[in-house]
Design a protein around this ligand. Structure first.
Ligand SMILES: [Zn+2]
Length: 394
């Protein structure tokens, strides 16, 4: 084989390997398995447009600030106004086909109509989001190659908790809730949450009826609320989001590359990119790095605009943690005011409690970001600087 052919073949092989696999994360940067480096993900999905989904579930989720997914059947006269209101509040409106058939029993032409028409009808009624996911009616999958032409993922109902990275995005497992399913009581929900956290995976619930709205396998709204209260009390452990956003996050975190372009000591510029379609994969991923030596805090911006960031302490190391969109422009970390450990631009009570986690640490490896005079001890010297900066903006 000619040398040029060998190189070509190698290149093709390397590109092929890259698809679906990890990008390059230059140390000391790390990407969170889930947003905010939480332990596990949870999605609540609702099928068949049962009336209490809009009447009860959406307002309940809004109370907690959580987002859900409504899989709608487009020929069943969905409440488009109600669905648009839910979409405006950040909930996902996705496809449960046009007529709710068992897709696997249909011809490819019939399946195409069900997949394509439901998607275009939803996109014509619902603005401000895209219909990009599908739930198989009656738990019968459609042709996968065809499905992949229209959707980034599809929900099945195998009854297990999904892995951190599902083996097949067109066979995402869900757990059926209510009196016909495996999750009926608050204790059932809690047991699933414990398992999901233990496996660091993704739990997808499938809900139909709520209370007595006539829907299949009804779930009491009080039980639904109890499950949200459980999660609300563990916000640092569980990420609750829509089906599509969880898929976005997984694909992005597995594909993202983080490269340091420059580092002046007081300012670091990063490039955060991925190989995915930016029109769909636009969810922020969480990245962190240890706070550079001598930095009391950090401000983070992307494309010139401030982004969500904070200083977190893990195993006695202070990190700057931030959410940025891959391919959303360069990310700049800059040294912040000493004492602003939470990174909100001002030194106040929350910073004081972080400070006292380090009081009085006497170990060079455990004082990064807090040891202002770099003598390896957090003591009254640092407290004096913090007091001086109290309530001062940088
Ligand atoms: Zn259904």
């Amino acid at each position: 084989m000619k040398r040029a052919n060998v190189i070509l073949l190698l290149t093709v092989f390397l590109i092929a390997c890259k698809v679906g696999y990890s990008g390059t994360i230059a140390p000391p940067y790390e990407v969170g398995n889930w947003p905010g480096f939480r332990t596990a993900a949870v999605s609540y999905t609702f099928d068949d447009d049962c009336s209490n989904q809009l009447a009860i579930a959406v307002p309940m989720f809004n109370e907690f600030g959580y987002k859900l997914t409504l899989f709608t059947v487009t020929s069943w006269g969905p409440n488009w106004t109600g669905l648009q209101n839910a979409a405006n509040q950040g909930h996902e409106i996705a496809s449960h086909t046009v007529t709710h058939p068992s897709l696997g029993g249909l011809t490819i032409a019939q399946q195409t109509t069900e997949l394509a028409d439901s998607q275009s009808v939803i996109n014509s009624h619902i603005t401000g989001q895209q219909c990009i996911t599908l739930a198989y009616p009656n738990c019968v999958p459609s042709d996968q190659t065809l499905t992949a032409q229209y959707y980034i993922a599809a929900r099945h109902c195998q009854g297990y908790i999904e892995a951190n990275t599902p083996s097949n995005f067109y066979q995402i497992s869900s757990l059926i809730c209510g009196n016909q399913g495996s999750v009926l009581t608050a204790a059932d929900f809690n047991a699933k949450f414990v398992s999901t956290a233990a496996s660091k995976g993704w739990c997808v619930y499938l809900i139909h009826g709520i209370d007595s709205d006539g829907g299949y396998s009804p779930l009491p709204s009080a039980t639904l609320r109890a499950s949200l209260r459980y999660l609300d009390a563990r916000r640092n452990t569980f990420w609750v989001s829509t089906f599509a956003n969880v898929v976005r996050y997984i694909r992005e975190r597995n594909d993202v590359s983080v490269t340091e372009l420059s580092n002046s000591g007081d300012s670091i510029t990063l490039q955060v990119t991925d190989t995915l379609d930016n029109a769909i994969y636009n969810y922020p991923v969480t990245i962190r790095r240890p706070l550079p030596a001598g930095w009391g805090s950090a401000n983070v911006s992307q494309n010139g605009l401030p982004v969500t960031s904070s200083i977190v302490v893990v195993n006695s190391t202070a990190y700057v943690m931030f959410d940025v969109v891959p391919d959303g422009g360069n990310v700049v970390l800059s040294k912040g005011i000493y004492g602003d450990f939470t990174g909100n631009g001002v030194v106040e009570m929350n910073d004081l409690s972080v400070f006292f986690e380090f009081w009085p640490v006497n170990d060079c490896n455990k004082t990064t970001g807090v040891d202002a005079d770099e003598d390896c001890i957090v003591n009254f010297n640092e407290f004096a600087i913090l007091a001086q900066n109290w309530r001062q903006a940088p």
